[in-house]
Design a protein around this ligand. Structure first.
Ligand code: SAH
Ligand code: SF4
Length: 455
């Protein structure tokens, strides 16, 4: 997924076509802070929305402990690196940051460094801790221990942290499940995030009610496989329906094709306040590869889901994740992926080059794909996705859209918003995040729509 917030630079390993989430607004909206202690902290977030959400919760802890948040390492007493472990280049990047922080520590500018998130939960974190003299290492299940580290009373925390980090913000992430019960050949998530734990429905709804009362208008339900959520005979569709009765605007990510029910797709089409964007990672278009990856579905089943989505949500957008160069991927497998891309006409996609991860099945597999072949396939997939996305976006020109503003105007007067169909739009407006504006789309690229001439 899938997508990044503070870590939005495209790396050579990934291509972000349309960011699925953006950095939530800063935490200035928080109320009643304790006295400033003069201490400063900098939080850097890498990886997916789950990490962005965890960073929000840690931000609340440091602010509660009287730290003020700063944006650069040089200004910080405490630096928290909240990390991603999904691909190898993520670890390499963190090593770069740790090296730089080691230097600043030796110069007496940074005092403490904490490593949290998925790398923190991995075995490799012990080596990093020693090598870089890290002061605190936390996994994904014990981030609450940061509280004690920064001088707050110890907090008890279950899998459903009672630490809403985003009250007062116009949009908020709400975790509905953690972990994952799948065992995809290439993926470290089950080993760093554990098995699936679903948060009780009432508990989720209570948090959302609180957020909405506090002024939040956009709720994103989060989890590695949100559509696998269940509780006492209730399924994800029931939860989504209930949440859509409470929240003014709702989205969810990430879904797994094996769990996606037709009735959920119908609900997205029926409910006006559910954003009509489905992120449904396919990974490959080849049945042989899907089997090797243990994805649990065949490409035709995926195509059928997409057909249902297009029928039930005709104005919806569809995004996906694709891995190229997984061990044993042949040219024919790759062609199958290109065929699937043409058949599904994705509106955007995250394309990843396979990255061998310690502890996964794929790292031991024979049949590695040579780097030049991976690069060629990567570019072919990318071009095909972009061509489809561009053609689809062109069809939006001339349409009048209700746009939810996510980011305020920049120096050139351009704000970033989102249509109900989930398109990102650059729009000329003074409106604030959380406001809606109506505007006509006047041009389109492969990644964004433009409403430049609107008031
Ligand atoms: N739970 C989500 C994905 C979580 S990881 C799902 O199953 O769809 C986000 C994306 O990173 C994956 O969809 C996959 O495309 C990519 N990814 C995960 N591990 C990878 C690896 N070892 N190499 C390359 N890409 C990987
Ligand atoms: Fe990883 Fe597969 Fe679980 Fe997604 S479904 S988190 S890719 S193991």
């Amino acid at each position: 997924m899938t997508s990044c917030a503070s870590d939005t630079q495209a790396s050579p390993e990934t291509s972000q076509i349309v960011p699925l989430s953006r950095k939530p607004a800063s935490s200035e909206a928080f109320v009643s802070r304790p006295e400033n202690t003069g201490k400063t902290a900098c939080i850097r977030t890498f990886g997916c929305q789950m990490n962005v959400h965890d960073s929000d919760r840690m931000r609340r802890m440091i602010l509660d402990a009287g730290y003020s948040e700063v944006q650069t390492y040089e200004e910080a007493d405490l630096v928290i690196l909240n990390t991603c472990y999904v691909r190898e280049n993520a670890v390499n990047r963190i090593k770069g940051h740790l090296g730089e922080l080691g230097r600043l520590k030796r110069e007496g500018r940074v005092k403490k460094v904490a490593l949290t998130g998925c790398i923190g939960a991995s075995e490799e974190s012990r080596e990093l801790e020693r090598q870089y003299a890290i002061d605190l290492v936390l996994g994904t299940h014990n981030t609450y221990e940061l509280a004690e580290f920064v001088g707050l009373p110890t907090m008890q925390e279950t899998h459903t942290p009672e630490l809403p980090g985003t009250i007062g913000e116009h949009s908020a992430f709400v975790t509905i499940m953690t972990g994952c019960n799948y065992q995809c050949s290439y993926c470290v998530v089950p080993s760093v995030r554990g098995r699936m734990i679903c948060r009780p429905l009432e508990n989720i709804v209570e948090e959302i009610e609180r957020l909405v009362e506090g002024g939040t208008s956009y709720i994103t339900l989060l989890g590695q496989t949100v559509d696998a959520w269940r509780e006492k005979g209730k399924r994800f569709c029931d939860l989504l329906e209930r949440v859509s009765e409470v929240a003014p605007r709702v989205w969810f990510t990430t879904s797994h094709p094996s769990n996606m029910e037709d009735r959920t797709l119908r609900l997205i089409g029926e409910r006006e306040n559910i954003v009509k964007r489905l992120h449904l990672p396919v990974q490959s278009g080849s049945d042989r590869m899907l089997k090797i990856m243990h994805r649990g579905y065949k490409s035709d089943r995926y195509r059928r889901k997409v057909e249902v989505f297009r029928k039930e949500v005709p104005d919806g957008t569809l995004s996906t994740d694709i891995i190229v160069g997984h061990p044993q991927e042949t040219e024919e497998d790759h062609r199958e992926t290109l065929r699937l891309i043409e058949d599904c006409g994705f509106d955007s996609a995250y394309v990843f080059k396979f990255s061998p991860r310690r502890g996964t099945e794929a790292i031991k597999m024979e049949g590695a794909v040579p780097e030049d072949v991976v690069q060629k396939r990567f570019m072919e997939v990318l071009r095909s996705i972009e061509r489809n996305a561009f053609e689809r976006n062109q069809k939006k020109i001339g349409s009048e859209e209700e746009i939810y503003i996510r980011h305020p105007r920049n120096d050139e007067g351009v704000a970033i918003g989102e249509t109900w169909s989930g398109h990102a739009v650059h729009v000329n407006t003074n409106a604030s995040p959380g406001d809606y504006v109506r505007a006509r789309i006047d041009s389109a690229g492969p990644h964004v729509l433009y409403a430049r001439n609107s008031a």
